[in-house]
Design a binder for this molecule. Structure first.
Ligand SMILES: [Mn+2]
Length: 307
């Protein structure tokens, strides 16, 4: 800005009122945790997905409890965080859902790198990939380098629905058909959206075909491992099918961080690069049990399955 011209008739613009001693941020960002709160765990990275804020199924209170329990350098929100489809049908937004958003923004403000990967239920955010809001980076996928040097592709996983649907054919048709199907899935669902039809949902499809669900989950995992391998990654982190998992497929490690609708699970990385699944409903149950028992009772089993 050039210095104000004293001869100019334009009145000086008053300085904005400072609402917080630390600058232009709301005061709630600095609210301390309640007294006597358990010490925070320190993770290098945390992945959560399929929170489905805006739906009655979302276990927001459990998630707030989890978000309050740790500090992390990286927090990846791996898609389907806000359920835009459900909100379009009817507004449902209780306080606990606000609290999730508040916790995430607070973490970003205090130095956690927060990356929000777009899923299929929050696809409206896709247009904003590459932008950053309130310290939250929006992206369609991300690359994570673990502390022990592994390169992981982080993506929601909905792109592979078409591949999973036609998995048996793919065995005959090969890699080019696979690439084509990845594109077709996006086009088909864009067309369905224009026709007012819902996204072709893998999880709904699986539920209709319960008998074959195990096979289809395997196909999903194989499709993602194939993608990671083709693109030269050591592993892949995804969500989408609401099924937490750490599994080796060929040379690829497949990680699924689960969901906060049914299982209340997250994926975490410690400072040595070891990855584990946290089952928060089990952790909470263990804590309640420990609270009921005398102080000399053995500590509950840790909920993390180190790998
Ligand atoms: Mn999804």
């Amino acid at each position: 800005m050039s210095p104000a011209d004293p001869t100019s008739a334009t009145p000086a613009i008053p300085a904005p009122v400072t609402t917080s001693p630390r600058g232009q941020v709301p005061d709630w960002l600095h609210l301390p945790d309640p007294k006597g709160f358990r010490p925070k765990k320190r993770y290098r990275s945390v992945w959560i997905s399929d929170v489905h804020l805006g739906t009655r199924g979302c276990k927001a209170a459990m998630l707030v409890d989890f978000l309050r329990s740790f500090e992390a350098e990286n927090l990846y929100l791996v898609g389907d965080i806000i359920d835009g489809w459900s909100l379009r049908k009817g507004w449902f937004w209780p306080d606990a859902h606000n609290e999730v958003v508040r916790r995430v923004l607070k973490a970003a403000h205090h130095g956690t790198r927060v990356v929000l990967i777009v899923g299929n239920h929050d696809e409206a955010l896709r247009d904003y990939a590459g932008f950053s809001f309130g310290g939250v980076e929006l992206a369609t996928e991300a690359v994570h380098l673990t502390a022990d040097g592994r390169r992981l592709l982080v993506t929601h996983g909905d792109r592979f629905d078409g591949v999973v649907l036609y998995a048996r054919w793919l065995a005959f048709l090969g890699d080019q058909a696979y690439t084509l199907l990845l594109r077709a899935n996006i086009l088909v669902n864009a067309a369905r959206k224009r026709l007012g039809l819902p996204y072709w949902s893998l999880s709904a499809y699986l539920k209709r075909r319960v008998k074959n669900a195990v096979q289809f989950v395997c196909n999903f995992e194989d499709a993602l491992a194939h993608e990671a391998q083709t693109r030269g990654f050591d592993g892949i982190v995804c969500g989408h099918i609401h099924c937490a998992e750490i599994r080796t497929i060929g040379e690829i490690t497949y990680f699924n961080d689960g969901d906060w609708v049914e299982s209340c699970t997250a994926l975490v990385e410690d400072h040595a690069g070891a990855m584990a699944i946290v089952d928060w409903s089990r952790e909470q149950a263990g804590r309640e049990q420990a609270g009921r028992q005398p102080a000399s009772a053995p500590a509950p089993e840790p909920a993390e399955l180190a790998l």
